[in-house]
Design a binder for this molecule. Structure first.
Ligand SMILES: Cc1cc2nc3c(=O)[nH]c(=O)nc-3n(C[C@H](O)[C@H](O)[C@H](O)COP(=O)(O)OP(=O)(O)OC[C@H]3O[C@@H](n4cnc5c(N)ncnc54)[C@H](O)[C@@H]3O)c2cc1C
Length: 511
């Protein structure tokens, strides 16, 4: 067993890695985390993916243990505003589509001449909860799905896609995890790594710090952010850019304080399409995180900041803007020799589906599964690298769909989005979806977090490729599907009535 682990970096990636490994292996691992007091963290990364609950569960934490410390709130969906055309919106919720007679309800809805503006509220429950700012939990803590009168097989305690994720303050989460980790024996060093020592094989033997000397280890986890200090700068692993297919390479972010007493917390992230990209709005408990993601081919930083301020905080010119240059793509390999890159040093796609922290979680889970012993079997690194490459490449392809299939084409940016190259095999898949909408067997196949229903919701919602009704349904009795659509409406109305607002529920949790 490898015993000495050195984590370089104390952002979300560094602390998630250190705490997860500590919780898993306990005193069998000695973990040292070194972070610079001078180089800040990226300072964003506040919306998550639904699998994040398994991370907290692994640490043995309940929501009440950590949420109040991290200004956390619920995220049941992403609301896509203005992607079809200005003034329109739809939700991409954490909710699988239900089936009637083995055909998905949205297919029935199409067959019954559904109106594209309402496909989300017609076929799923969560969009109505979002429209009304409802909490996904009742005041007694039970999940909304646990009280459905008309049982839906898949919406409950599912492993892959739980019905909600979280919004939280990334800085507060890092502080919380630091306290959690150090209380359990993670050694924390605040210092700059200024040099990296390698043995004759090129493996890392120690990192040299400015004030604490050499920190030796057997396994080094590079959580140093976009700079990839160990994996790219020292071990020279090539970085494969995604910019040919995903051109957004910059962002500017603001932290907008709000009075928590007056806040009508929305349980969703909003992604609003604007002239040269999109703006995220992430409601935290007592603050809004917001930022404009754009391509510098179509907008400069000053213009982006002006647009963001006008959109999100026109009356607060004193707020400091955080300009970020994004490195979009992934390392050819994230595990090289005795170094494993986790977080932005490993890879990143733009934050449109909030997958940065999901990648971190994937990496630490996979690191545990592939953890080496003294033999350092190269098959472990190979398998780990294959998993990580698949996850990142899959999400890349899912995001490419967002731009290619958005009906919006009113600016040079949105026009160009329709003619960019596509990842291998994607053109054929998009063509096939003209006849039959995406399903689990016709999307990018390796695990990447998203399922057939996610691709389908986006394809319908984005609007550039009108969905086709499946001919087979013309030969089936539509009565059960009509009844199911009526059930969805009734169930959604009842839930809106009975569930507390997010604000009400969180105030209770915080107290
Ligand atoms: C614009 C934008 C929006 C995003 N939005 C989301 C989102 O909504 N949801 C999501 O899941 N993800 C999002 N992400 C991704 C998310 O922010 C990151 O995955 C997450 O913050 C992890 O960052 P990190 O820890 O890898 O790197 P960083 O936060 O950059 O941390 C790097 C660490 O390395 C340390 N360091 C650097 N150099 C040295 C040195 N020489 N010596 C010692 N220490 C050093 C720094 O001190 C710091 O502690 C977003 C990213 C961007 C760019």
């Amino acid at each position: 067993m490898i015993r000495n682990i050195v984590v370089v970096g104390g952002g979300t990636a560094g602390w998630m890695t250190a705490t997860y490994l500590k919780r898993t292996f306990g005193d069998r691992l000695d973990i040292t985390l070194v972070e610079s007091a001078r180089v800040g963290t990226v300072g964003v990364g506040e919306a998550t993916f639904s699998t994040i609950r398994h991370f907290f569960a692994h640490l043995g934490l309940q929501e009440r243990d950590w949420m109040p410390h991290c200004a956390a709130s619920y995220k049941s969906a992403i609301r896509y505003a203005d992607w079809r055309k200005p003034g329109t919106h739809f939700y991409h919720p954490f909710e699988r589509l239900r089936s009637v007679d083995d055909f998905s309800l949205d297919e029935w809805w199409l067959r019954l001449d559904g109106d594209v503006e309402s496909f989300d509220t017609a076929t799923m429950l969560i969009p109505a909860l979002c429209e009304n700012n409802r909490s996904p939990r009742f005041m007694d803590g039970s999940l909304f799905a646990s009280r459905l009168t008309h049982a839906v097989a898949d919406i409950g305690e599912q492993r892959a896609q739980f019905p909600y994720a979280y919004h939280f303050d990334a800085g507060l989460l890092a502080d919380f995890l630091r306290d959690y980790g150090t209380a359990r024996g993670v050694r924390h060093i605040l210092d700059d790594v200024v040099e990296v020592r390698q043995d004759e094989r090129g493996w890392i033997s120690a990192v040299t710090t400015r004030e604490h000397g050499d920190i030796a280890g057997q396994l080094f986890v590079d959580c140093s952010g976009f700079r990839g200090m160990l994996v790219n700068q020292v071990l020279n692993e090539p970085f494969l850019s995604y910019e040919d297919v995903l051109p957004n390479n910059r962002a500017v972010a603001l932290r907008v304080p709000v009075d928590v007493e007056e806040q009508d917390l929305a349980p969703y992230t909003t992604a609003t399409a604007v002239d040269a990209g999109w703006i995220w709005t992430i409601p935290l408990y007592g603050r809004i995180g917001t930022g404009y993601v754009y391509s510098d081919e179509f907008c400069d930083p000053e213009g982006a900041e002006r647009t963001l301020r006008a959109f999100a905080a026109p009356d607060q010119p004193e707020l400091e803007a955080n300009h970020i240059r994004m490195r979009v793509g992934r390392n050819r390999n994230s595990w090289v020799k005795n170094c494993v890159a986790v977080g932005l040093s490993s890879g990143f796609v733009e934050p449109l589906e909030s997958t940065g922290i999901f990648f971190i979680q994937q990496a630490v889970e996979q690191l545990v599964r592939h953890f080496p012993d003294d033999r350092w079997d190269p098959g472990l690194a190979k398998a780990f690298n294959a998993r990580m490459a698949e996850v990142l490449d899959g999400v890349k392809e899912f995001l490419v769909l967002h731009y290619r299939c958005a009906a919006r084409d009113d600016t040079p940016y949105w026009k160009a989005a329709k003619s960019r190259p596509l990842p291998d095999g994607m053109a054929e898949r998009i063509e096939a979806w003209r006849t039959l909408m995406p399903e689990d067997t016709s999307i990018y196949q390796p695990f990447h977090g998203f399922e057939g229903y996610n691709w389908k919701i986006m394809l319908i919602g984005l609007g550039a490729q009108p969905p086709a009704a499946r001919p087979a349904l013309a030969g089936l009795d539509p009565a059960p599907a009509r009844a199911e659509l009526a059930h969805v409406r009734a169930e959604a109305a009842r839930l809106v009535d009975e569930l507390p607002s997010v604000h009400e529920y969180l105030r209770h949790l915080h107290s």
